[in-house]
Design a protein around this ligand. Structure first.
Ligand code: NAD
Ligand code: TDX
Length: 336
């Protein structure tokens, strides 16, 4: 099996590459990543020299490069490559449309031309919009994205659907809830709060901190995608989530408690515009049809994650220089 993974130097993509090389040591993986601010080859250090992993620096919006790479013969494409941070999409929406919509269409075109056996689009629960106090997102929930990020992901998803309906391309779309774990860029809630707490700096909680996210340890997301590749029914969408809804304040307090830091570090700051109140995934279809089951409870996963950030301080302090400082000042400058 030859897999082409896009965005495999990012958080979930690199975890996925490491997971697949371990689960299926005979598979060949071609890993394409443009190495934006979020891409980091350090994530892949442990597989350096593995003859079954080839890294190619390329942009998924580059039609010629994608045609050439996919034309070399690929069984399955798994598309992780994306601009992924909601706050950045509020500051700079254009690059989100370019990568998440146009990039997906460029990949779909090459997949169609070269008769790729399956295209797996890694999407997000955010395309469904926000929930009230009750109910969960199912695969039938209408798309109602609220941020430029989620709108661009929904655009990509709709193109995947269209290439299936119009051109008969074999596809699956996965929609997962919030991931956490090793190699997550410290702009996202959990690693950001760990790094701030360790530095004894203010932890910026948006609004009242009672927004709810449904958290899944990244390895459990990877195992679900593995099953979708092998058993996903053509044309189907699969929701992925582990029934782990938590308020942001709960997350932040757990981190502070585990690090032995005071709650006085919490600072409520101006809310995110268009901030979705609650996400919650109904994973029944994925658990029943594919036999998927998450391995990590939230309590175990968060402990593992905090341990990883404590053990890998160099990884994230290197990232937090230069361009990161500029972003942090732009995003939080007026709020803190
Ligand atoms: P990330 O930002 O950590 O990684 C994205 C990767 O894509 C980076 O390595 C980056 O260099 C690469 N990339 C960006 N633009 C590119 C381009 N034009 N061409 C090639 N490579 C490009 O993101 P992540 O958190 O790992 O998310 C991966 C995927 O999973 C995304 O599609 C995201 O929408 C989806 N997702 C994320 C979560 C989450 O909680 N993080 C949850 C559900 C779904
Ligand atoms: O400084 C912060 N303070 C804060 O209160 C940050 C960065 C976030 N938050 C809140 C906003 C959200 O309610 O924490 C929650 C989680 O925020 P993010 O980590 O930015 O994630 P979210 O916006 O939920 O989106 C994530 O999950 C779905 C990923 O970034 C997406 O790529 C994925 O699709």
């Amino acid at each position: 099996m030859k897999l082409l993974v896009t965005g495999g130097a990012g958080f979930i993509g690199s975890n996925f590459v490491l997971y697949m090389l371990k689960q299926h040591p005979e598979y060949q993986i071609v890993n394409i990543d443009a190495l934006t601010y979020a891409g980091n080859l350090e994530n892949l250090k442990s597989v350096e020299g593995n003859p079954n992993h080839t890294f190619v620096k390329a942009d998924i919006t580059d039609a010629k490069a994608m045609d050439q790479l996919i034309g070399q013969g690929v069984d399955v494409i798994v598309n992780f490559a994306a601009e992924s941070h909601v706050d950045r999409s509020i500051l700079e929406p254009d690059v989100f449309v370019r990568t998440n919509v146009l990039g997906t269409q460029v990949l779909l075109d090459a997949a169609k031309k070269h008769s790729v056996k399956k295209f797996v689009q890694v999407s997000t629960d955010e395309v469904y919009g926000t929930l009230g106090e009750t109910g969960l997102f199912t695969e039938e929930t209408p798309l109602a994205p609220n941020s430029p990020y989620s709108a661009s992901k929904a655009g990509g998803d709709l193109l995947v659907r269209a290439y299936h309906e119009t051109f008969g391309l074999s596809v699956n779309i996965t929609r997962c809830s919030n991931n956490y774990g090793p190699y997550q860029f410290p702009e996202k809630l959990i690693p950001l709060m760990i790094s701030k707490a360790l530095a004894n700096e203010a932890l910026p909680v948006y609004g009242d901190g009672l927004n709810i996210r449904d958290w899944l340890y990244v390895e459990d997301h990877c195992s679900a995608i593995d099953l979708v590749i092998h058993q996903g029914q053509n044309g189907e969408v699969y929701n992925i989530g582990g029934n782990n809804e938590r308020t942001n304040l709960h997350i932040v307090r757990t981190i502070l408690e585990q690090l032995g830091k005071p709650e006085s570090l919490i600072k409520h700051v101006q809310d995110r515009p268009g901030h979705d109140r609650r996400y919650g995934i109904d994973p029944t279809k994925t658990t029943q049809e594919l036999g998927w089951k998450p391995r990590y409870s939230f309590e175990t996963g968060i402990q593992e994650t905090i341990r990883w950030y404590l053990d890998n301080k160099e990884w994230w302090t290197r990232i937090q220089s230069g361009a990161y400082q500029e972003y942090y000042a732009k995003q939080y400058g007026d709020r803190l």
